[in-house]
Design a protein around this ligand. Structure first.
Ligand SMILES: Cc1cc2nc3c(=O)[nH]c(=O)nc-3n(C[C@H](O)[C@H](O)[C@H](O)COP(=O)(O)OP(=O)(O)OC[C@H]3O[C@@H](n4cnc5c(N)ncnc54)[C@H](O)[C@@H]3O)c2cc1C
Length: 471
């Protein structure tokens, strides 16, 4: 049987829906808005950014009247779909911080650590049951050519006081037994994994307990500036708000202009059936780290609480920033990911996949959250985490609120908050460019050739799509 036939067979009984959201504890959605209401602060979008923003706003001022509207249900966007590997960085990792915000790197490091400590403290204070594990992050070199990248990263981590350790080929295989892994960098502090949907549902509970009103199946359709304040229309009602935070990330809803700087890229994930004790013993993974590899089209992986392996990393783009592509609801677009899974874990060649899905990544040319102001600053967009936002959204939403409220705090003076990422070309150039880039990424490690100068050119345009040195 060819490897593609084997992959197709493994996906025969798969649900093309996020494993995280397919859970008995999923709360009933709140009723849709069916009247005209008023509030101090309206938050649009109930992913992590929207939920954290609501909690920050209420914790800062319990009297503030806060409303969230969500076009579908809580966590249906990226927040219910990630690998949910936790990292302390608030701007997509230390290398990204060094690349785009070198003058602020020390401040961003400190803020990232504080953010992660606050994230953990909130989960503990409010007793959110979200299967959190603190096994650290492990970056693995696939092939010896990945080792210089790890060494460079190790130097940077050590210079910034991270508890990070290089592992040689034997040591990394002792952690996770894959024939592909030739080295590793294990960062042990303030990182791990979480069940993202249970986290989002916990945040929803806290927000509701703090008095936030949430309306699900209530999309923003249109907004008008009332000078001061904003009127937001929804299908069966309206909200008149003093301030509006657009927490719509890759969906970029609220103003057509947001998309000029945010591309909705898809990333794909498959999840296995639970591993038996014998199957898990062939892999090891006793420390249960979140794992990324060093390949250009990287794969990432982690264990779930019930010992399934989540395996992700296969980018795609659909015309016009489509955030609900039908093509990702059947096996074809997941076959290569499954093939990579079997190459990574050959001892699991008979395992099947229970779930497969894709999710929207709000990609920007700086790979980090940024802010866009509309209606003379009465409406602010906070988003563009570029696939690295499970904890960074807590930080990004707090600074977004400060910008919306005109609070002059040290964070709002840092470059990531005061400047914007570059423009991204409109359609059809966006689609054509994305297609060529993704093909190049897929085949570059094997075939090289024209792909390397192409990727270099895309990087020169401002997209840091590989963290690695290109050969
Ligand atoms: C496949 C994948 C893997 C990832 N893995 C990781 C990881 O391992 N670690 C990590 O840190 N990050 C990861 N991320 C990124 C992380 O999930 C996101 O950065 C984070 O969830 C963004 O949260 P958000 O609230 O800003 O956006 P979202 O969760 O996307 O929320 C936006 C919300 O806005 C709603 N909305 C859209 N339009 C409207 C409208 N008109 N009116 C009202 N509501 C609207 C949407 O329905 C959605 O619920 C991953 C993302 C994906 C897709």
């Amino acid at each position: 049987m060819s490897s593609i036939e084997q992959a197709r067979k493994a996906l025969l009984k798969t649900k093309f829906f996020p494993y995280w959201l397919d859970h008995k504890d999923a709360p009933e959605p709140e009723p849709a808005l069916q009247e005209d209401i008023q509030c101090d602060l309206l938050i649009v979008g109930a992913g992590f950014t929207g939920l954290w923003a609501a909690i920050h706003a209420k914790e800062q001022n319990p009297q503030r009247d806060v409303v969230i509207i969500e076009s579908q249900c809580v966590a249906i966007g990226a927040s219910g779909r990630p690998a949910a590997i936790l990292s302390a960085s608030v701007v997509h990792g230390l290398e990204n911080a060094q690349r785009f915000f070198p003058e602020d790197i020390d401040a961003l490091e400190t803020l990232g650590k504080e953010n992660m400590d606050g994230f953990r403290a909130t989960i503990e204070k409010y007793n959110i049951d979200c299967d959190i594990e603190w096994g650290g992050e492990l970056t693995v070199a696939v092939g010896k050519e990945g080792i210089p990248d790890l060494e460079r990263e190790h130097k940077l981590y050590s210079a910034h006081g991270h508890d990070a350790h290089m592992l040689d080929a034997d040591e990394v295989k002792a952690e996770i037994n894959s024939p592909l892994f030739d080295g590793g960098l294990w960062s042990k502090q303030r990182s791990g994994t979480v069940h993202p949907a249970k986290l989002a549902w916990g945040l929803k509970r806290i927000a509701t307990d703090l008095g936030v009103r949430i309306f699900e199946y209530t999309p923003l359709q249109d907004s008008t500036h009332l000078k001061p304040g904003v009127l937001v229309k929804t299908p069966e009602g309206s909200v008149r708000a003093n301030k509006v935070l657009l927490a719509t990330n890759a969906f970029a809803a609220g103003s057509k202009k947001i998309k000029n700087r945010v591309a909705a890229i898809r990333d794909r994930i498959v999840v296995t059936e639970p591993l038996s004790d014998e199957q898990l013993a062939t892999i090891g993974w006793k420390n249960r780290q979140g794992v990324y590899d060093t390949r250009t089209q990287l794969n990432y992986m982690r264990l779930t609480a019930d010992n399934r392996i989540l395996f992700g990393g296969r980018l795609g783009y659909f015309f016009n920033n489509n955030t609900d592509p039908k093509a990702d609801k059947s096996a074809d677009n997941f076959l290569n990911l499954v093939k990579n899974f079997y190459a990574t874990f050959p001892t699991l060649k008979d395992i099947r996949f229970s779930h497969a899905w894709s999710g929207p990544i709000g990609l920007t040319t700086r790979m980090a959250v940024h802010y866009q102001s509309y209606h003379d600053g009465d409406m602010v967009y906070a988003g563009g985490y570029s696939g690295f936002g499970v904890t960074a959204t807590r930080f990004g939403s707090r600074i977004g609120l400060a910008i919306l409220d005109g609070d002059d705090i040290p964070e709002t003076r840092l470059k990531f908050a005061t400047t914007k990422p570059n423009y991204i070309p409109p359609e059809p150039f966006r689609w054509i460019g994305a297609k060529i880039t993704m093909y190049a990424l897929d085949t570059m490690d094997e075939k090289g050739g024209w792909r390397i100068p192409w990727i270099r050119m895309v990087e020169k345009m401002g997209f840091p799509i590989t963290q690695n040195e290109l050969g």
